[in-house]
Every structure is written in structure tokens, then in C-alpha cells.
Design a protein around this ligand. Structure first.
Ligand code: NDP
Length: 490
């Protein structure tokens, strides 16, 4: 990393200025147009319609992507149902070989996948390179290990695959969410039809190519691009036996209504409004890093983001001082620059949603803090933001903003912390920062959240189940629990 020194007058304020360190893109070939991946081949969409996928950091169109309609969905589900007959009967060891191969190819093509993910979605390259892609490969690696051990995973239960899984994923972690869905499904002997989000289809299409490279039997994985209507039609198709959805609570509820009574197995991973709770005995510098990681990682486009900071009243001032000073060091800008901490907002629509909620916070009486930083002229950007003087009734304390915006609230006692943390319709995640192990255990027993991180935040591992309570959905992804969602048990 190249580092240039600033003139000595500025040295007191900031010691170093980073020289741009952009990741190369010449090794990534983005086609002008993409088709649908059905039955092992790229095929033209029935309607011939395509939509643009845009780089949110530049607003440039990267490619024109096919829009699948009900005919295409029918073709894909039929291909998946056909492939299910042989894939489900293949020995677990043979299925594992394919999954291991996919994982290896993802590792070999990691640089390409990371650049693609960053260009299409706007996330910093250091995150797609160090988090999204390695974790996605690790998921395939992990579930490959279970494919031939299903009887040991569910002893005395005779696990059987469900059939065709219809899977719809969001735009915040496109490749990782694909891995969370496809890896356990295939390991258990199911076949899949997956729809990536409209704004981030490219890594799923690269994954389709990886399936070909791995010689995966045709029809085992099918990728259909399109918008919300395509997702709804896919999940409603009578040939789909298992529905797996990650996205907004609103759409999740619609899906639950439409699948009710259909006999389809359903798992929903929806929104969140996590409390990140800092007690007065916490190591403050470490907590500040955890808070920053909790809310500014991936521009806050994270369902389990620590978007509500609950601080014990006695340490509010020193903590805020440290936090604001840390915010001043975050680098916002070109996601392809390896120095960038906060990249582009995924789409104009999402930017407008963030701006609207931030306006509501100001109007309701909260105090806003944003560090000074120069934003690029083109693209979708939002400064890392802190709101103080927040009341629990404000929209910014209740609604999922899905952007780099932190709402700070205070508490005096552990009981009050628990009460405020649980005062949300969501229940996906939470964080606790304290020196005392006993307090961590006391808090985790009382918090209604699927994941509780202690003295850390946003840690993910394929072996560890992830999922929510209440309006954050149901079902778990990752670990044995994630496998259980794709089998029928006697
Ligand atoms: P959505 O829930 O609309 O999108 C998630 C996925 O579902 C996308 O692939 C989308 O397609 C698809 N989809 C949309 N409508 C339907 C439907 N009726 N049936 C089946 N699939 C559908 O989220 P948005 O992208 O609109 O984001 C809105 C808000 O949702 C965000 O601001 C954020 O608060 C929250 N969100 C939460 C996520 C989470 O992980 N918890 C992830 C994403 C968003 P397409 O995008 O192509 O239209």
C-alpha cells in the first residue's frame, strides 16, 4: 500500500494520506448480455427481454441481463425436477465431490468473483475479497463434508431430500447468500432454481459458469435473473417443494401468505434492527471497532447490522468522542480501491430510502453527526452517520434503514438494556460488550435474537447457524440446522 506524507502543518490532524490503490479489473470479462442458466446451458429468455445491471459507484451499465418469465420458470423447474431423480440417488460421496470441486473453483476464481461483486454491488473490494468470496467457498467446503454423512447428521431419522428448491436472494451479499442457499440444498440431494436480486445478478451468473466448469450434472443448479415478479412466480410454481427466501420482512410476509396451505417447506431470513450493547466495563477502543464494523460494514446493507447502539449512560461521552474520531478516519469512495472502508450504496432506490429515514430522524428531533469527507460526483453515496438524542419511538430506532446510519440510545441497568434491546419487532442479532463473562451469559439468556455476539460483531462461520426470531423470520442457515431445512426426517 502506497502511503504519502502530508505537509507538516496537517500532521497533527491526520498523519498519513493514502494514495489510491485500485484493484485491477482487466482480468474480469463482463459480457454485454447474459442469458438464463437452465439445464446446464445458457439459453435465451422466452420474452427476449433484458434489463440493465449498473455499477452503483459509477452509474455505468455493466451488462444487459435476461428477464425470466413464467415460461422460463417452467423450463427451469422442469429441468430441476428431472435432475432431482438422478442427483438425489447419487451417493453422498459423489455429491460431495461436486461440492468440493465448486468450492475449489471458487477459490481459484476468487479475484474475479470479488471484483465482479464489488463492481455490481458497490461493496469495498477488501470486503468482497476477504469476507464474501472466502466465506462463500467455505460454505460449499463445509456442506461437501456433510453430503456423505447425512445419517450421522440426523441419527435414526432417515433424512430424505425434498425435491426442487426455489431460492430468492437479496443484493447485499449476492454470492454469499447464494452459497448459504445452494450448498446445503445440493449436499442433501435437492436441486435448485435460484433468482438473484435485480441489481446484483453478475456473481450468480459467474457461479452458473462455475457449475459448468465443475461438470455439475445439467439441471441440478438453474439460475434465473429477473425482478420481484420473477421471484414471486418462481416461489409460487407448483413444482417447487422448498422455498428459501432472504430479503425484506414485507416481501417475506407476502411469501408466507402465498405459500400457506401449499405444503411447501419454507424458511425466511428477513430484516433486523439489532442492538449493540456496550456496558461501562467494556474495553472501549475494542468496542468502538466493533460498533464501526457492526454498522458501517457493507455500507450498513446488512440484515444483522448493529444499527441501534445501546450505551450505558456513564460512558456515553467518552464512547461518543472515540466513535466520532474513528468515523473521521473511515475512507468513503471508490469500492475498487483497496483502502476504501465504505463503498457505494447499492442503488438509487436504496439511497432514497436511507435519505428519507435520515430526514425523518432529524424532523423527529435526533441530533445528526457526519464526518467531513468528499464524495465522488457520480454514483450513490451516503456518509457514515451517527444519530444521538434518539428516542425509542423514532423511526430511525424502529425501522430497518439498511444503510450506514447508527442510532445511539442509552441505558442505566442491565434490565433496562434487555428491555430496550428486545423492544423491536425484529430479532435477528445482538451484540454485548462487557468485561464480565457472567453478564454475557445473563444477557444472552434474555435477548430475543437468533445470534448474540459477545465482544465482537458480524462474525460468520459456515458451521454456525444464523437466523431470526419474530419478524426476522424463521429457519436457520449454516451448520447442521441449515442442512435440516433441506431434508425430510422420519
Ligand atoms: P426485497 O425483499 O424486495 O428483495 C429481496 C429479493 O426478493 C430480491 O431478489 C427481489 O427481487 C425479490 N422479490 C421482490 N419481491 C418479491 C416477491 N413478491 N416474491 C418473491 N421475491 C421477491 O428487498 P428490496 O431489495 O426491495 O429492499 C427493500 C428493503 O428490504 C431494504 O431497504 C432493506 O431494509 C430490506 N432488505 C433486507 C434484506 C435482508 O437481508 N434482511 C436484504 C435486502 C433488503 P428484485 O430485487 O430483483 O426485485
Amino acid at each position: 500500500m502506497a502511503i504519502a506524507r502530508r505537509p507538516s502543518t496537517e500532521l497533527g490532524e491526520r498523519l498519513f494520506e493514502y494514495v489510491a490503490a485500485p484493484e485491477a479489473t482487466d482480468h474480469v470479462k463482463i459480457a454485454e448480455t447474459y442469458s438464463l442458466f437452465i439445464d446446464g446451458r445458457f439459453v435465451e429468455p422466452h420474452s427476449s427481454r433484458r434489463f440493465a445491471t449498473v455499477n452503483p459507484a459509477t452509474e455505468e451499465t455493466l451488462s444487459e441481463v435476461a428477464e425470466a418469465d413464467s415460461n422460463d420458470i417452467d423450463r427451469a423447474v422442469t429441468a430441476a425436477a428431472g435432475a432431482f431423480r438422478s442427483w438425489s440417488r447419487l451417493s453422498g460421496a459423489r455429491r460431495a465431490r461436486y461440492l468440493f470441486r465448486i468450492s475449489r473453483i471458487m477459490q481459484e476464481r476468487a479475484r474475479e468473483l470479488a471484483v465482479l461483486e464489488t463492481m455490481d454491488g458497490g461493496k469495498p473490494i477488501k470486503e468482497s475479497r476477504d469476507v464474501d468470496v472466502p466465506l462463500a467457498a467455505a460454505h460449499f467446503f463445509y456442506y461437501a463434508g456433510w453430503a456423505d454423512k447425512l445419517e450421522w447428521a440426523f441419527p435414526n431419522r432417515r433424512p430424505r431430500p425434498l425435491g426442487v428448491a426455489g431460492q430468492v436472494i437479496p443484493w447485499n451479499f449476492p454470492l454469499l447468500m447464494l452459497a448459504w442457499k445452494i450448498a446445503p440444498a445440493l449436499a442433501a440431494g435437492n436441486t435448485v432454481v435460484l433468482k438473484p436480486a435485480e441489481t446484483t445478478p453478475l456473481s450468480a451468473l459467474a457461479f452458473a459458469d462455475i457449475c459448468r466448469q465443475a461438470d455439475l450434472p445439467p439441471g441440478v443448479v438453474n439460475i434465473l435473473t429477473g425482478a420481484g415478479g420473477t421471484g414471486a412466480a418462481l416461489l409460487g410454481h407448483p413444482g417447487v417443494r422448498k422455498v428459501a427466501f432472504t430479503g425484506s420482512t414485507e416481501v417475506g410476509k407476502q411469501i408466507q401468505r402465498t405459500t400457506a396451505g401449499s405444503g411447501k417447506h419454507l424458511t425466511l431470513e428477513l430484516g433486523g434492527k439489532a442492538a449493540n450493547i456496550v456496558f461501562e466495563d467494556a474495553p472501549l477502543d475494542q468496542a468502538v471497532e466493533g460498533i464501526v464494523n457492526g454498522i458501517y460494514f457493507n455500507q450498513g446493507h446488512v440484515c444483522c447490522a448493529g444499527s441501534r447502539l445501546l450505551v450505558q449512560e456513564s460512558i456515553l461521552e467518552p464512547l461518543l468522542e472515540k466513535l466520532k474520531s474513528r468515523l473521521g478516519t473511515l475512507r468513503v469512495g471508490d469500492p475498487l480501491d483497496k483502502n476504501t472502508d465504505v463503498g457505494a450504496i447499492n442503488s438509487r432506490t436504496q439511497l432514497e430510502k436511507i435519505e428519507g429515514l435520515v430526514r425523518s430522524g432529524i424532523e423527529e428531533g435526533a441530533e445528526i453527526y457526519q464526518p467531513e469527507c468528499t464524495l465522488p460526483e457520480r454514483g450513490f453515496w451516503f456518509r457514515p452517520t451517527i444519530f444521538t438524542n434518539v428516542s425509542q419511538s423514532y423511526r430511525i430506532a424502529r425501522e430497518e434503514i439498511f444503510g450506514p446510519v447508527l442510532s445511539v440510545l442509552t441505558f442505566r441497568t442491565p434490565d433496562e438494556a434487555v428491555e430496550k434491546a428486545n423492544n423491536t419487532p425484529y430479532g435477528l442479532s445482538a451484540g454485548v460488550w462487557t468485561d464480565k463473562g457472567s453478564r454475557i451469559l445473563w444477557m444472552t439468556q434474555r435477548m430475543r435474537a437468533g445470534v448474540v455476539w459477545a465482544n465482537t460483531f458480524n462474525r460468520f462461520d459456515p458451521t454456525s447457524p444464523f437466523g431470526g426470531y419474530k419478524e426476522s423470520g424463521f429457519g436457520r442457515e449454516g451448520g447442521l440446522h441449515g442442512l435440516a431445512a433441506y431434508v425430510e426426517l422420519d
